[in-house]
Design a protein around this ligand. Structure first.
Ligand SMILES: [Zn+2]
Length: 303
């Protein structure tokens, strides 16, 4: 059995897959989830993953395993850097520790990188000549899958569209990004960034889904806050496409779940800012949802 593993800051998910023709995979078990013991750190997480894998696999032999994880993954499959959502995650030798626990050395990549592999094979980028994927949620993650496969980069950060610097209006120019820099698109277009902008303009603190509800009900400030975030993202995607020139740009994550209004605005801003060639790329919603990381991890396990 091929095992796909998704390690997030709040939840671990594991499922079993069978290999198919052309390096494809097909899920053959239920998805088992459990809370991430984030406060207990890496060794506890490895024990939790190993327990979950044992539940999923039963008596089946594990032939290959793949992991999509929170954090930046180094060339050795260890966590090169991470937020403090998981205690001691930065520096944890994940590939080595899981290899010991599972009996097979797993493929380990960042969770957005894994999700993009699945979207390229069976989702928004199916059949396309290259995919740039971006996920807009608590932060903004991204990934590049070229026709010959995933590009993780030298430091594991390839596709980090959220850390593109943009010229910003004065009121937003001092926003600090999750990475520590000033002026990155994540600081003005992530979910928390949109909530902050709405709060600054109205004095009212609302979660993003209520800002979205207000926009739908005709609140012009709420509408503009969401549209502005979409435009910032579109401009950053245009910059990335000047380098990549891939056929499909997929947008996923909690903010993209706002839907068509949001994605149309991203696409408009993207086309307005992109050079004529790459501007023809299709901007589409990501299709595979929460199982994308698991599926991509399983695909990487057999690739
Ligand atoms: Zn940044």
């Amino acid at each position: 059995m091929i095992v796909g593993i998704d390690i997030g800051g709040t939840k671990i998910a594991v499922a079993g897959f069978a290999g198919g023709p052309g390096g494809s995979v097909r899920r053959v078990t239920a998805v088992h989830t459990r809370p991430t013991p984030a406060r207990e750190g890496g060794e506890a997480i490895v024990r939790a993953v190993a327990d979950a894998v044992a539940m999923v696999a039963g008596t089946a032999e594990i032939t290959a395993a793949g992991v999509g994880t929170a954090g930046v993954v180094g060339a050795d499959g260890g966590i090169a850097s991470a937020t403090d959502a998981i205690r001691g995650w930065a520096g944890f030798p994940l590939r080595a520790a899981l290899g010991h626990a599972l009996g097979v050395p797993p493929a380990v990549v960042n969770d957005v990188h894994a999700a993009a592999v699945a979207e390229a094979a069976a989702g928004a980028g199916r059949g396309a000549r290259g995919l740039l994927m971006v996920t807009v949620g608590t932060g903004i993650g991204g990934a590049v899958v070229l026709p010959d496969g995933l590009r993780t980069g030298v430091t594991g950060t390839a596709g980090s569209v959220g850390h593109t610097e943009l010229a910003l209006p004065t009121a937003l120019a001092d926003r600090r990004c999750g990475c520590g820099a000033i002026g990155h698109v994540e600081a003005v277009a992530s979910g928390p960034a949109l909530e902050q902008t709405y709060r600054e303009r109205t004095g009212v603190a609302l979660p993003l889904r209520e800002v979205d509800a207000a926009a739908r009900a005709g609140d012009p400030v709420a509408s503009e806050v969401i549209a502005e975030g979409a435009r910032f993202l579109g401009r950053a995607l245009a910059g990335a496409q000047a380098v990549l020139d891939v056929e499909v740009v997929a947008v996923g994550g909690g903010v993209a779940a706002i839907g068509e209004r949001y994605l149309d605005e991203v696409a408009r801003a993207y086309r307005a800012a992109a050079m004529p060639g790459p501007a023809v790329a299709r901007v589409r919603p990501a299709e595979l949802g929460i199982d994308a990381t698991l599926t991509g991890a399983a695909l990487l396990a057999v690739s």
